[in-house]
Design a protein around this ligand. Sequence first.
Ligand code: HEC
Length: 462
Amino acid sequence: MTAFVSRACLLALTAVPVLAQNPARPALDYTFFKERVQPILLEKRPGHARCVACHEHGSPPLQPLAAGAANWSEEQSRKNFAIWKMFVVPGEPLKSPLLLHPLAREAGGDRFHAGGKHWKSQSDPEWQTLAAWVRGRTMAFGGAVRVLQTNAAGDNVHVIDPATNRVVAAIEDIEVPHGVAIAPDGARIYITDEALRTLDVVDARTLKVFQRIPLSGRPNNLDVARDGSKVYVGIRQAPGAVDVIHTKSLTNVKSVPVKGEIHNVYVTPDGKYAVAGSIASSTISVIDTSTDTLAWTLTLDAGIRPMAFTRNRDGSTKDIIVQLSNFHGFAVVDFAARKEVRRITLPDVPGREKETQGLQGSPSHGLAITPDGKMLWATSKYYDSVAAYSLPDYQLLKVIPVGLHPEWLTIPPDGSKLYVAIAGDDAAAVVDIRKMELVKKIPVGAVPKRNTSGMLLTASSN
Ligand code: HEC
C-alpha cells in the first residue's frame, strides 16, 4: 500500500489546511460514498476488470472483501472512505484523480491509468455519480411500503408498490426462495434460500444480496425478532431445528432443538415467543425468545401448516390460528391454556368443482389478520378462493374467487388491501378489503408462494 505514494496523496495532504479555511468547499458525504460510490468500485463493466479486483492489492487501497461477501462491512466502508476521499478535491471533479484516472483521455481524463479507461465521457452516469459525490451530494432516505412476493419455482422475489399495484423491482439470484421477512427498520430483507441452504440478506436500498449465511439444514420459513436483533429460521430437515441468526454480526449462533422438521416459524406479536410448526410431527414448538430455548410443545392430530396470532388487550398472544394437513379450514389453539379449542371448516362452494391436483397435502395454506385485529382471511385451494371471517367470533363474511392455487397472504400496514399469491396463475391477486372484491392480478414469477409487506428503506439522492 505504500508501494507508490501518489500525487493525489500529496495533493490531499497539502490541500487540507486550505479546505479547513475555505467554507466554499463542500463536505464529502460518507453515506453517499457507501451507497453510491462503492457500488461503482465493485461493478463489473464488460471488457474491464473491476476496480476492486486490483485495488484490493494496490494503491489507493480498497479493503479486501471477506470470503463470499459481495460488499464491504460498515467498518471496511469507513476505511475505504478515509482513503479514497484523499483522491478527490471537494467541489472539483475535474481536479480529482478518482474521476480523471479511469476517464478516457479524449474526454478530459489523465494520459494513463494502469487499470484502464472505464468511462468514455463525462456524461457517463457512473462518472456523474462520482462528480455528484465530489460536489457534496448527500443521501436522503425515505421509506415506502412494499409487498414482497417470492416465486417458489423461480430464482427471484418480486417487489410490488401497493400504491400503483405494479412490480417495481426484483431481487435476483435466489433459487427456490422460501420465506421472506423485512427487518423492523426497513433496511434489510431476509430470504431463506432452499437451493444453497442459506439465509440470504438483502440490502433494501440496492435490493442486492450482500451476505449468505449457512444454515444447519434445508430451510423453510423464517421470521424476525420484533427488535430486529435476531432472525429465526425453520429447518425442514430431520431432526428439525430453529436456527437463530444474530443480525448485528450476521452469524448463525444457535440451533434450537424442537419437535420435528420445521415448516413455518413466527415471532408472536408481543415478541416473546418464536412459534414453530412441524408437518412431520404434527407439533407446535414454542421457543422463549429471551433465552432461545424450548418453552412448551403441543401436538395436534395433523401436520402443522401456516399459523396466525390474535392478541389480548395487553398485546400478549390470545389464540394461535393454525392450518392443518389435509384439512380445508383451520384450528384455534388457546395460547394460555395450551390446547385446541375450535376447528372451523371453510364452506364448500355449491356448483363449483373441487380442485384436487397438486394440493401438497394442504387444501388451505395461507392466513392473514387485518392490522385492527378484526378480520381473518384464509385461502382455499379447493375452490380457488379466499374466505373472510370476523374476529373474535369467527363468523364467515365472504368467499371471493381469486385464481388457481391461492397460497400465502399479506396485508400491508394500512389494512386496505389483501395480496394473495396465486401459485397456479403466476400472479399476485389484490383484494380490496373494504369493498370485499378482487381488484387486480399482477403478473409475477414462477409459482409465487410466500409473501410479506411492510416499510422498506429506499434511497434517493437529493
Ligand atoms: C488492472 C488493475 C486496475 C483496475 C481494474 C483499476 N485500477 Fe486504478 N490503478 C491501478 C494501478 C496499478 C494504479 C497505479 C498506477 C497508475 O496510476 O496508473 C492505479 C491508480 C489509480 C488511482 C490513483 C490515481 C493517482 O493519482 O494516484 C485511482 C484514483 C484509481 N486507480 C482508480 C480506479 C478506479 C475508480 C477503478 C475502477 C473504475 C480502477 N482504478 C480500476 C490498477 C487498476
